[in-house]
Design a protein. Structure first.
Lengths: 490, 265, 451
């Protein structure tokens, strides 16, 4: 049964529950809704809720579990010999799925007879050909074991689908019936419905937790898989990043250190651009500027924060890069080979971070109590003396926190480095050389043609977890500092 | 209140330190100070009293141009210190404030050590040639603020760690350290307990030997205890100004009398 | 107070005049002016960067909205297009674009001849460099739609090649063509001669805004329209999911959550999720939605799900701020007349907070609209999305690109003609972002209530 129909049926059952529940409650009060404990609509909602929620919960659960169970059963059918050199169970399984889908599509399109497609003795070569003719994507040759597995797969998924539809509809009907039965004049429908709504609210709030768990699990599982194929010690200590794309033959060197160096170097350049500009802007805006200047300059600077990073990436690649090359390139000082370099990406990222640093510092400087400034002015200090010797020292922890937050942004930034920094991993001190970063390599390892189960692709998850831990650590630390700072003046 | 003591108290000098003529202050559209004329004498404690919102603090802040730091404030009229117009274009408010120190309502020590708090003024004004001189200034200032004995063993402890009364005396030491000629005090005791208040009041009396002290206060008792001359402000007007004894025992203006007897305030 | 008894002697009393600053004061004033200058320099640099950024976007991107076209009369030769002469649509459809190319080249050549332009290019094949590779497909589509046209001479406005387009936009320089195997100086001479005649002209290019991406060799035909649809469907998913979930989560956290560890955990989580790099959400999407749940790759649905998870923290944070801004007295009033807490929140607090919630949601959507990195990982780049989706289901599930991903794709390509497209795409993207942010500001101004 198509999913859409199933959903509509559940909805229909629940609406019926609503109408009947409401009617029954009214009837129990002899049509006088004032005699009911709650408004009639709550009785209906109660039945509706009891029907929809368990049914759709079951549906979702079933759909999540079904592939796992099926996969487990089917993988038992595939002999180890089927898994070709360098391939994996996962790849073979996706092959099986594709074949099963192809069979179904071909039969539905009338290109194959159902008896042929699903007979256990079908001739594999003939089926492969028939599938290809029907325009289905299949491998060059379907082996008998594969065909069996595919047939079993579609058999099981079809029967499981039917079972699911029945189970879900039974649950929906039972829920509705339960809700209707409850509807009587003394039933506290409103309280029950509100409990239900509260549960939904809690579930929504838990999505944040689920997201974090999802991030952590997907990173950890794949990283463990990666470390099974590639020694962790090498990953953390090798000074070379050279994935072999040719396949299994040449061993890849996947050392994270050159990538970390590129990341840190670019972040440092970015902070060297953003911190002085952002900090002095914040100081000027909060201590010197008139309300009018502030009203114009602050939003202007904040436009920079609203511009998507892809724009900065393009700006780095097509504007900053050529500009730097014209000065430092072969026709100028000769320090720079191509437009992509640490400087290119660093400057673009720095510009992006200016408003970030300035608005955070602005908040923090404004939190320094006016009485401290008055005290300093009252002693005959100039504004700059007051700022440098009283305001900034007082705001220092907060500003450090803001800079750490900016650093975490810089480390996690992707588009600017993908477009502006280059693709070669290098351990070099020359800021005009192309280098690459952790984020840029996550993108290139996962968007290339490499096989998903290879260490060359899985390494992206190990890079991802490093990035996640690094930025999370910086953030937690920075937020802690900023909070401590705020408390000091509250 | 010891009335006898007030009557006996003599004014040491008649030398005019601060002369204000026709001072008007506006905060945006609000007319906060209306045509105030007052002569403040040297080596005297002058108290500004009046109900809250009467403009006494605003007027005090005109004397060292602290109102400059508020964007919407506008000051008109003529205030002279030692005959020099402090609102003259050539006057640097920074130099003025070195000459006219200020102590604020709430103790506001910098989040630095006690030593750094006191040495801050001398440092920025370059009053000490070397560390020894600076040490000397710090010690003298702390002594004159009657704080030396309490903090001499922990000069490097943060100033914010002191008790409220100690903090306020630290702020006074900090103000004294820049060698001002006038000391403005904006309700210096309002955040303090009675014992700390007594200490600070005693200190103010000591300071009178060297400075012209102007103190804004809420408390008439305090004005009577510490000042030689008193000015009564009401709704932005200077209602009455004269010797403290006379203001408190024989006010000329009915408004002053009402305030002193507690009918307005 | 033993020390107070020590007579306080005034130290070196030098009464300085206020009107004549001493050397030290002057030095300090200079330092003050310098410091102030640093501040002004900081702001000026920031604003200067903004101006450079915006001018380079406008200067490089406006070209994409204009395109060079060639107006020609094409003779649809029956001998080439319908060899059997039976006008059977099936036979006509078998003629590939290669069959049309010579006809178009001939048409351009004829136009040159008619105009009497002297040129060393004497064969109709030499016209190839002027014509876009997609011109043949354009003519073919017309013929297949109406086979009766065969044998007639029809006027077409065909796309000029990207080199010709670049020449008219000053992107392709005469000095460069010597090294360019796609076009020669003679062709440029010819273009110079054809422009005054109106045969070659540069006009507004609607196809850039509505059209689909084109292959690497046909920069002149690439448009952003289909990617825009992709973005639209993603935003639909983000709006439908993140608004209710975000509001529900905020209501719980702000109004109902007890102060306990679980609540604290959620709060810390949300604060930190807001700062997780967007690429990590891409990894999450790849691992959970594609690897684990087998949702289709490159589908706007998956993109929307990933962006939903990414925008949720933003929406929750702003929604909570709007809920917090509703004064407790409103809740008390509702509770006071016997409403349940749930009723107080849904009947009174939520409607009052609605403008703020809406503003926050729009800003969150704008953020999601410009986000690129996670889309790379779930496969929304690297292919040519050529067909606009024809319904909601296909819009959500068929592979598509998104505006920022399309821009990235163009930026990666070797031909500089695509750079102009990328900048043009950015202009369109920014127009959307600016409109959304303006809407948010207007909503805030109009409905914001100060308690």
């Amino acid at each position: 049964m198509p999913l859409l129909w199933l959903l509509l049926l559940i909805l229909a059952l629940s609406v019926a529950g609503f109408v009947l529940g409401r009617g029954r409650a009214l009837a129990s009060a002899g049509g006088d809704s004032r005699l009911l404990h709650s408004l009639p609509v709550y009785y209906g909602s109660n039945a509706f809720m009891k029907s929809v929620v368990p049914a759709s919960g079951l549906l979702i659960l079933w759909m999540l579990v079904q592939p796992l169970v099926l996969e487990n059963r089917i993988s038992g059918m595939i002999p180890q010999s089927e898994i070709a050199e360098g391939s994996s169970m996962g790849l073979v399984m996706s092959e099986v799925r594709r074949t099963a889908e192809g069979l179904d599509n071909a039969v539905a399109a009338g290109a194959m007879r159902a008896e042929d497609a699903f007979s256990p003795t079908a001739d594999t070569a003939g089926i492969t050909q028939a599938l290809k003719d029907a325009g289905q994507v299949v491998t060059s040759e379907i082996s008998p074991a594969m065909l069996r597995a595919a047939q079993a797969y579609r058999q099981m998924s079809a029967s499981s689908g039917l079972l699911m539809s029945i189970a879900v509809l039974v649950v929906a009907a039972a829920g509705a019936a339960w809700g209707i039965r409850e509807s009587g004049r003394d039933f506290r429908a409103r309280n029950v419905v509100e409990q239900g709504i509260l549960a939904i609210l809690i579930a929504a709030a838990s999505v944040a937790i689920l997201t974090t768990i999802g991030i952590i699990l997907s990173l950890i599982f794949n990283t463990v898989e990666f470390f099974r194929l590639y020694p962790a010690a090498d990953f953390f200590t090798l000074l070379e990043w050279a994935p072999s794309f040719s396949g299994r033959g040449g061993a890849s060197s996947l050392g994270i250190l050159p990538l970390l160096w590129g990341t840190i170097y670019i972040s440092i350049v970015a902070l060297l651009v953003a911190v002085p500009i952002g900090l002095f802007s914040a100081i000027y805006l909060s201590e010197y500027a008139s309300a009018r200047v502030r009203g114009i300059a602050k939003p202007l600077l904040e436009i920079l924060a609203g511009i998507p990073t892809i724009v900065y990436g393009l700006f780095a690649l097509l504007t900053i890069g050529p500009m730097l090359v014209s000065v430092f390139g072969n026709e100028g000082l000769g320090w720079m080979g191509g437009g992509r370099s640490v400087m290119t990406a660093g400057i673009a990222m720095g510009i992006m971070l200016i408003p970030f640093v300035s608005s955070l510092s602005d908040d923090i400087i404004n939190a320094v109590p006016q009485s401290l400034r008055d005290g300093s002015y009252g002693l005959g200090a100039t504004r700059s003396e007051t700022i440098r010797q009283v305001v900034l020292p007082a705001a220092l922890p907060g500003i450090v926190g803001a800079i750490l937050l900016a650093a975490s942004r810089a480390i996690g930034e992707t588009m600017i480095v993908v477009l502006g920094a280059g693709a070669a991993a290098r351990l070099s001190l020359n800021p005009f050389e192309a280098m690459t970063t952790v984020t840029a390599k996550i993108v290139s390892q996962l968007t290339g043609d490499s096989d998903f189960a290879s260490p060359e692709a899985l390494v992206a998850f190990a890079l991802g977890i490093t990035l996640f831990v690094l930025t999370l650590g910086l953030n937690v630390f920075a937020l802690y500092i900023v909070r401590k700072y705020r408390e000091q003046y509250e | 209140m010891n009335d006898m003591r007030i009557l006996e108290r003599a004014v040491d000098t008649n030398e005019v330190k601060i002369a204000a003529k026709g001072v008007q202050v506006y905060y945006g559209d609000t007319h906060a100070i209306k045509d105030v004329n007052v002569d403040i004498q040297d080596r005297t404690v002058t108290a500004f009293i009046g109900p809250s919102g009467c403009g006494k603090s605003t007027f005090l802040r005109c004397i060292n141009r602290m109102n400059d730091t508020i964007d919407i404030a506008r000051v008109e009229g003529d205030i002279r210190i030692d005959g020099e117009d402090i609102y003259d274009k050539r006057v640097d408010p920074v130099q003025l404030r070195a000459k006219v120190g200020m102590v604020f309502q709430k103790p506001n020590p910098f989040p630095k050590s006690i030593y750094d708090n006191v040495s801050y003024g001398p440092r920025i004004h370059g009053l000490a040639k070397n560390k020894a001189e600076l040490d000397d200034i710090v010690e003298q200032s702390l002594r004159s603020a009657a704080l030396w004995d309490e903090v001499k063993d922990r000069l490097n402890a943060p100033g914010t760690g002191l008790s409220g009364g100690q903090q306020q005396r630290l702020c006074i030491a900090r103000a004294v350290a820049t060698e001002p000629e006038v000391l403005l005090m904006d309700e210096p005791c309002s955040a303090l307990d009675p014992i700390a208040t007594a200490q600070v009041e005693e200190l103010i009396d000591e300071l009178r030997q060297n400075y012209s002290v102007v103190i804004v206060t809420h408390s008439m008792q305090q004005a009577a205890r510490v000042s030689q001359r008193t000015a009564f402000f009401h709704l932005g007007n200077l209602v009455e100004y004269g010797e403290t004894g006379q203001i408190f025992t024989n006010p000329e203006d009915p408004r002053t009398e009402s305030y002193i007897t507690g009918r307005i305030g | 107070m033993t020390d107070a008894t020590t007579p306080v002697t005034p130290r070196s009393k030098k009464s300085v005049s206020l009107t004549s600053p001493d050397a030290r004061t002057q030095k300090r004033k200079a330092a003050e002016a310098r410091f102030r200058m640093y501040g002004i320099a900081g702001i000026a640099t920031g604003i200067f960067c903004l101006i450079v950024l915006l001018t380079s976007i406008l200067a490089s991107g406006t070209g994409a909205f204009q395109q060079t076209f060639i107006s020609v009369q094409v003779y649809l030769d029956p001998a080439k297009l319908d060899k059997k002469g039976n006008r059977d649509p099936a036979d006509i459809a078998k003629v590939s674009t290669f069959g049309y190319t010579p006809l178009i080249q001939q048409a351009v050549f004829d136009a040159v001849q008619q105009a009497g332009i002297e040129t060393p290019l004497t064969r109709s094949k030499d016209m190839k460099a002027l014509i876009s590779a997609s011109a043949a497909a354009q003519v073919r589509d017309v013929v297949i739609a109406d086979p009766t046209l065969i044998g007639e001479t029809i006027g077409f406005r065909i796309l000029a090649s990207s080199r010709v387009d670049g020449y008219l936009k000053d992107r392709v320089m005469r000095e460069d063509v010597a090294r360019d195997k796609n076009i020669d100086a003679e062709h440029l001479d010819l273009v110079d001669a054809l422009v005054p005649l109106g045969i070659v002209e540069k006009t507004f290019n609607m196809d850039f805004i509505t059209g689909a991406d084109a292959s690497e060799s046909r920069a002149e035909a690439a448009g952003i329209g289909v990617a825009m649809m992709g973005s639209f469907f993603m935003m639909l998913v983000v709006l439908v999911l993140s608004l209710p979930i975000g509001v529900a989560a905020s209501i719980y956290l702000e109004e109902f959550a007890p102060k306990n560890r679980w609540t604290d955990l959620i709060e810390v989580n949300i604060a930190n999720l807001a700062a997780v790099p967007s690429i990590v959400f891409g990894i999450l999407g790849l691992a959970v939605f594609i690897q684990f749940m087998h949702l289709p790759q490159s589908a706007p649905l998956v993109g929307g799900l990933v962006l939903t998870l990414m925008t949720l923290p933003t929406i929750i944070i702003s929604t909570r701020a709007s809920l917090k801004a509703v004064p407790p007295s409103i809740r008390d009033a509702a509770l006071g007349v016997g409403a349940s807490k749930m009723q107080a929140v849904f009947h009174h607090v939520l409607p009052l907070a609605a403008p703020g919630i809406l503003t926050g949601t729009i800003i969150g959507l704008a953020q999601a609209l410009g986000e690129t990195a996670p889309l790379l990982l779930i496969g929304m780049v690297g292919f040519i999305a050529s067909n606009a989706p024809d319904g909601i289901a296909s819009g959500l599930l068929d592979p598509n690109s998104a505006m920022p991903a399309q821009i990235y794709e163009w930026a990666k390509r070797a031909d500089p003609a695509f750079y102009e497209r990328a900048w043009g795409g950015i202009i369109i993207l920014l127009v959307f972002l600016i409109s959304m942010n303006t809407l948010a500001v207007i909503l805030r101004r109009r409905f914001e209530r100060r308690w």
